[in-house]
Ligand binder design. Structure first.
Ligand code: CP
Length: 325
C-alpha cells in the first residue's frame, strides 16, 4: 500500500504504479464497506472540488458530487458553456484560478485531439490535483470502477480473459478513451486481453503498443481480433461498447457511414452464450439498448452494469481522499 499520494494528479492510470492503483482499490473497498455499515468517513471536511464539464454526464457528475458530500466536502458543478471559457479563459487561467478556490479540479473534455492536452495544461498551472473525468484518450475513474468490479466478481484477475470489443451504436461517434484505458489496465493486471474491432476502429497505435508491453511485463497477453463472435468464445469478461472510427473518419457523417456497415455488432444472447458459463457482461453506460446490446443481455443474469456504475462512487471517493487531503 502506498500512502504518499497527496497532491497527485490522476490524468492517466498508466502514470500511477500498479501498487498505487491497488492502493486506490483497497481504499475504495474500505469506503464501500463504511458506507454499507453507515460509518461516517469525512476525510475531506471543508474541502471543495471544482467539476468542469465540456461534455454531458450522468454517472460521473452525480457520483463525484455525492462522493464529495459523503467525504464531508462540497463539489461545484461548472459547465464550460456557462463560463467565460468561450470568451477567452485559457487552460492556464483555469488552473491558476480554480486551483486557488478549490482543493481539486476535475475535468471532462472528450474533444478529439484536445481533451487530454487541455487537462495537462490546467494541471501544469494548478496548485491542487487535477482529476480526469474522461478525456479523448483516458477514462481512469471508469477503469478503476471496472477493475474493482472485476475483482469483486472474479477475484484474482491474472489469467482471466477480458474481451474489449467494439459494438455498433447509432447516436454519436463516442470517444475511444474507455477501450484504450481498459486494454492498458487489463494487461497491467496480468489479464489475457482480446481487443476486438472492425479494421476501421483501430485504437491509437502507441497505446496498443503500450498495452502489449504491459502484457509482456505482467505475464498477461494482448490479442488483436476482428471477428466479433470469436472474441466472445470462452471469455470471462465481455466488455463490448461503441467508439468512433476517429483515426480514419474526417467527420461525424463519414464516421456514421462506416459504422452503418457493422450494425450486426450487437451483444445478444446468442453471443453471450459463446462466452464462459459464468462470464460477466460489463458496460460503462449509457448503452444504446437494442443497438449496442440486447435488453436480454444488459438486464440478464450475466450483466453487472449496476454494480459497475455503483463502484464509480467508491473508487472516486478513494482517489479524492488520497489526493486532496
Ligand atoms: N460511464 C460514464 O462516464 O457515464 P457518464 O457519461 O454518464 O458520466
Amino acid at each position: 500500500m502506498q500512502t504518499g499520494l497527496r497532491g497527485r494528479d490522476l490524468i492517466s492510470l498508466q502514470e500511477w504504479t500498479t501498487e498505487e492503483v491497488e492502493t486506490i482499490l483497497e481504499v475504495a473497498a474500505r469506503l464501500k464497506m463504511d458506507r454499507a455499515l453507515g460509518r461516517p468517513h469525512k476525510f475531506l471536511e471543508d474541502r471543495v472540488l471544482a467539476m468542469l464539464f465540456f461534455f454531458s454526464s450522468t454517472r460521473t457528475r452525480t457520483s463525484f458530487e455525492a462522493g464529495m458530500a459523503q467525504l464531508g466536502g462540497h463539489a461545484q458543478f461548472i459547465e464550460s458553456r456557462t463560463t467565460q471559457i468561450a470568451h477567452g479563459d485559457t487552460a492556464r487561467e483555469i488552473g491558476e484560478i480554480l486551483g486557488r478556490y478549490n482543493d481539486g479540479i476535475a475535468i471532462r473534455n472528450v474533444d478529439w485531439g484536445v481533451g487530454n492536452r487541455y487537462m495537462r495544461e490546467v494541471a501544469e498551472a494548478s496548485r491542487v490535483p487535477v482529476l480526469n473525468m474522461q478525456c479523448d484518450l483516458f477514462h481512469p475513474h471508469q477503469i478503476l470502477a471496472d477493475l474493482l468490479t472485476m475483482q469483486e466478481k472474479k477475484g484474482d484477475l491474472r489469467g482471466r480473459t477480458l474481451t474489449v470489443s467494439w459494438a455498433y451504436a447509432a447516436s454519436y461517434q463516442k470517444p475511444m478513451s474507455v477501450p484504450i484505458d481498459l486494454a492498458l489496465a487489463g494487461t497491467r493486471f496480468g489479464m489475457n486481453v482480446r481487443l476486438v474491432h472492425p479494421p476501421e476502429y483501430k485504437l491509437v497505435p502507441d497505446y496498443v503498443d503500450l498495452a502489449a508491453e504491459n502484457a509482456r511485463r505482467s505475464g498477461g497477453s494482448l490479442e488483436l481480433m476482428d471477428d466479433f463472435d470469436a472474441g466472445f468464445k470462452g471469455s470471462d469478461i465481455v466488455y463490448a461498447k461503441s467508439w468512433g472510427p476517429l483515426l480514419v473518419a474526417k467527420n461525424d457523417e463519414e464516421g456514421a457511414a462506416i459504422g452503418a456497415t457493422y450494425i450486426d455488432w450487437i451483444t445478444d444472447e446468442r453471443r453471450m452464450a459463446l462466452a464462459a458459463e459464468d462470464s460477466i457482461f460489463m458496460h460503462p453506460l449509457p448503452a444504446e439498448r437494442g443497438v449496442e446490446v440486447a435488453d436480454a443481455v444488459i438486464d440478464g443474469p450475466h450483466s453487472v452494469v449496476y454494480d459497475e456504475a455503483e463502484n464509480r462512487l467508491h473508487v472516486q471517493k478513494a482517489v479524492m481522499a488520497l489526493t486532496m487531503r
